[in-house]
Ligand binder design. Structure first.
Ligand SMILES: C[S@@+](CC[C@H](N)C(=O)[O-])C[C@H]1O[C@@H](n2cnc3c(N)ncnc32)[C@H](O)[C@@H]1O
Length: 245
């Protein structure tokens, strides 16, 4: 609890991002990732392996951009920093543990930006990763997260907002010239202790992705984390060379 308060008080973050709730969400994610370290290990290892496979064989390795770099748990940072001239880590918020990791590499920089399509400019992805020296882009388990806070805000929320945000990010990725590695959870399945499915949530709001190169299960909330007799698992998909749905 004390650690969470310290992060909330000391993390450098633009006021607009703090007001929209990104700092709070990131601190909660950090705490949960520590509680669920063992349960998340497989998912994080699969994600890092997919990124490493996706950038293998690239002819040019100038700039790599990681969208939704967050806590850097699913990002093989040492691998990217060793292979690319420069690595840019993009997120709405960078907590101190990620800042410390990034500082260990002189060619890694942090970019604080809102990835909601249209919010920080007409096409934020083109601005962040559209320059001709960017050879590799990773969308690192951020796609399903993008609609969460906008859908949670008070007042009228257009019914298609989630789908528009998801589609906007995918369209932005598909327009990039660089090789794009897309990692995303697509579905949440809630089960009781007898294995009965009690709930299913489409995390991409009806947007289909096609056939992934790899797929695995992320044990997001094992029994006892969100509820004593229920667990939540996410189905994750990896596309090593995303070119659009
Ligand atoms: C599940 S985490 C991704 C995991 C992350 N790659 C890691 O290794 O910790 C989702 C990330 O998306 C970021 N995020 C969510 N909405 C965002 C937005 N609108 N703009 C930028 N980043 C956003 C969060 O801050 C968080 O770091």
């Amino acid at each position: 609890m004390l650690v969470e308060v310290l992060h909330l008080l000391t993390t450098p973050i633009p006021w607009a991002h703090r007001r929209r709730g990104y700092l709070r969400e990131s601190v909660l994610l950090l705490s949960r990732s520590r509680r669920c370290r063992a349960a998340w290990a497989g998912h994080l290892a699969e994600s890092r392996a997919a990124v490493i496979a996706a950038c293998a064989g690239l002819e040019r390795r100038r700039v790599a951009v990681v969208l939704g770099s967050g806590l850097l748990q699913d990002v093989p940072l040492a691998h990217l920093a060793a292979r690319f001239d420069a690595v840019r880590l993009v997120d709405a918020v960078h907590l101190w543990p990620a800042r410390r990791q990034a500082r260990a590499y002189p060619n890694v920089t942090l970019v604080t930006a809102d990835l909601i399509p249209g919010r920080d400019g007409a096409d934020s992805l083109a601005a962040l990763c559209g320059s001709s020296d960017v050879d590799f882009v990773v969308s690192a388990n951020v796609l399903s997260q993008l609609p969460i806070l906008p859908l949670d805000r008070p007042g009228f929320v257009p019914p298609d907002l989630g789908a528009r945000i998801v589609a906007g990010h995918l369209d932005g990725l598909a327009r990039l010239a660089a090789r794009v590695c897309l990692l995303t959870d697509v579905e949440q399945v809630e089960q009781d202790r007898d294995g009965r499915v009690t709930d299913r949530i489409d995390l991409l709001h009806g947007i289909g992705l096609g056939t992934p190169d790899r797929t695995w299960i992320w044990d997001l909330a094992p029994f006892g984390e969100a509820a004593r007799h229920l667990r939540q698992q996410h189905r994750v998909q990896a596309f090593l060379d995303w070119r659009g749905p």
